[in-house]
Design a protein around this ligand. Structure first.
Ligand code: SF4
Length: 465
C-alpha cells in the first residue's frame, strides 16, 4: 500500500496554514510566529515507514506545488491523509472530491471535532480521531479497511460508524524519531531566527482549561512527557543529520515544572549539542532557577500567552493567571537575558472595546520583546467552539475559509474587531515607550530588531490582505 500524507491546500492559496496532525492547538490559522514544518505528518510517516510501508510527505504550499499538481501527485497513491485546516477546508474538500477511488482520511483536531459532519456529507471516507499514529498504522496494516480499528470513524455507505476510542499512547518514547528526511527542512523558519527551524514536541497535552484552546480535545487534561534521553536523541538527529541549529520546542507549555525543565536543560548542555531555541511558556510556572537553566542551555525567547489585561476576561476564558504573575514572569525573563514575547487576544466573550484598549495599554507598560494581537476565533476542539457548534458548522465551508473575524467569539462585530486589531498594533508599535526600546536594541544589537519586523510584516499581511 502506498500512502501520501499531506498538508491541505486550496486553489490560489498564497499563505502558509498553521495546521498539524499531532500539535492539537494548530487547527489552521495563519501564524505570525513562523512557517511551521509538518511535524505530525513526519511522526506518522516514520511509524509507517518503520513498518515497511511506502510513504511520502507533501507540503504543497511551501513546496510551491499548485492545487492541480497536488491532485495529480495524490492519484499515484492508495491512501491520502491530511489534517483538515480552518483556513482552507474548501480546498481539502475539493481535493478529496477528485480522489474518490482512494482511501481518503482526515486527521487532526478540526476533523476530530466535526467528524460526523464530514463523514455524513461525504467529505472523506475515514477520520482518525485524536492522536493519529497508531490508528494510521493499523489502518495501513488492514489494507485501508477501518472496521473495528480503534480511534477511527468512517462511513459504511449507510451510516457513520464510530469505532471505540483509542487510548493515548502511554509511552511516547516508543515512537520513532520524526521522518525529517521526508520533508524539505529548509522551507520552515521562525521569525526570531529567520533561518531553517525544526519543531520538537517534548510532551503532549496540557492540564489547563483555557476555553479558546483546542488541545483538550486530542489530549484531555493529561500531559505525557518524553524522557530527557529520548528528546536528546531527537535533538542529535536534528542537528547532526539534518544540520538544523534552530529549534522551537512546540510543547503546549514547555515551562510546566521546574524539575523537568532543569533536567532537560542540563542534558542539552551535557550533550555538547550547540543550537538556539525558543519555547512557549506560562507566566505562572516560570521560576528564576528554571529561567537560568534555560538561558544556559541556549534559550533565546519565551512566548507567553497573556491574552488580556481584564481580570474578568481572563476568568471567563479560564486562563487561570493573574496580572501580578504576568509582571513577575516578564521581569524575571528579561533579567535572565531571555527575550519575553507576549500574545494577546481580542474579542473574547464578555470583552468590550474599552477592555481591548486597556489590554494594549497594559502591553505598552509591560514592554515585551514583541507583542502579537489576534482576534479570538472559536477554534474547533475548543470549549468556545463547542458552545457555538451549530453556528460554526453552518459556516464550515466558507466562514473559516477566509481570513476574517466572522467566527469571532464575543459580542463585538468582525468590523469592530478588525479595526481594533489594527489600532492595537499601531498603538503598541508606534508608542514612544516601545520605539525607545527598539532604538536601544538597534544601537546595542541591530540583529535583535530584525525578528520584530519579520513578525510585523506577517501581521500586516494578515490584517491588510
Ligand atoms: S495553557 Fe491554555 S492555551 Fe496554553 S496549551 Fe494549555 S490550555 Fe492551551
Amino acid at each position: 500500500m502506498k500512502i501520501i500524507l499531506l498538508n491541505p491546500i486550496k486553489r490560489g492559496q498564497n499563505f502558509n496554514v498553521n495546521v498539524d496532525a499531532v500539535i492539537a492547538r494548530h487547527t489552521g490559522s495563519r501564524s505570525k510566529g513562523g512557517d511551521f514544518s509538518p511535524l505530525g505528518l513526519t511522526y506518522i510517516a516514520a511509524l509507517l515507514r518503520e513498518n515497511g510501508f511506502d510513504v511520502r510527505v507533501l507540503d504543497p504550499y511551501p513546496e510551491r506545488i499548485g492545487f492541480d499538481k497536488t491532485i495529480e501527485i495524490c492519484k499515484e497513491y492508495d491512501m491520502v491523509a491530511m489534517p483538515l485546516a480552518t483556513l482552507n477546508a474548501s480546498g481539502a474538500f475539493e481535493l478529496f472530491e477528485n480522489l474518490k477511488d482512494k482511501n481518503r482520511v482526515f486527521l487532526g483536531t478540526y476533523a476530530s471535532s466535526v467528524a460526523d459532519f464530514l463523514l455524513a456529507k461525504g467529505r472523506c471516507d475515514i477520520v482518525a480521531i485524536g492522536e493519529p499514529e497508531e490508528s494510521m498504522l493499523e489502518l495501513c496494516k488492514s489494507g485501508g479497511n477501518p472496521e473495528s480499528i480503534k480511534g477511527l470513524f468512517y462511513y459504511d455507505g449507510k451510516n457513520v460508524v464510530k469505532n471505540r476510542a483509542r487510548p493515548l499512547i502511554e509511552n511516547l518514547d516508543l515512537l520513532p524519531v520524526p521522518a525529517r528526511d521526508l520533508i524539505r527542512n529548509e522551507l520552515y523558519s521562525e521569525v526570531i531566527f529567520g533561518k531553517p527551524t525544526a519543531l520538537l514536541l517534548g510532551a503532549r497535552g496540557c492540564p489547563f482549561p483555557c476555553t479558546f484552546c483546542a488541545t483538550r480535545l486530542m489530549y484531555g487534561k493529561s500531559v505525557r512527557e518524553r524522557s530527557v534521553e529520548n528528546i536528546t536523541k531527537e535533538l542529535r538527529d536534528i542537528i547532526e543529520n539534518h544540520h538544523l541549529e534552530h529549534i522551537f520546542f512546540i510543547d503546549d507549555t514547555f515551562t510546566i515544572t521546574e524539575k523537568r525543565v532543569v533536567e532537560l536543560c542540563d542534558a542539552i548542555i551535557a550533550s555538547g549539542l550547540k543550537f538556539k531555541w525558543v519555547c512557549n511558556g506560562r507566566v505562572d510556572r516560570v521560576t528564576p532557577v528554571m529561567l537560568r537553566a534555560m538561558k544556559r542551555a541556549g534559550c533565546i525567547e519565551i512566548r507567553y500567552g497573556v491574552e488580556s489585561a481584564s481580570k474578568e476576561v481572563l476568568k471567563k476564558i479560564k486562563k487561570n493567571i493573574s496580572l501580578d504573575q504576568v509582571d513577575y514572569a516578564i521581569k524575571e525573563t528579561k533579567k535572565t537575558g531571555i527575550a519575553p514575547s507576549c500574545f494577546f487576544m481580542i474579542g473574547n466573550p464578555g470583552e468590550t472595546v474599552e477592555d481591548i484598549r486597556n489590554t494594549v495599554s497594559y502591553a505598552i507598560k509591560l514592554k515585551p520583546y514583541y507583542a502579537v494581537f489576534n482576534i479570538s476565533i472559536p477554534m474547533p476542539g475548543s470549549e468556545l467552539f463547542d458552545s457555538g457548534t451549530e453556528t460554526a458548522l453552518k459556516g464550515l465551508d466558507e466562514k473559516y475559509d477566509t481570513v476574517n473575524s466572522s467566527g469571532a467569539s464575543g459580542a463585538l462585530s468582525g468590523e469592530v474587531l478588525n479595526k481594533e486589531l489594527l489600532r492595537s498594533y499601531l498603538r503598541y508599535y508606534l508608542n514612544p515607550n516601545y520605539l525607545g526600546q527598539l532604538f536601544s536594541q538597534l544601537i546595542q544589537s541591530p540583529s535583535d530588531v530584525v525578528p520584530v519586523f519579520r513578525m510585523l510584516l506577517r501581521g500586516a499581511k494578515e490584517i491588510l490582505f
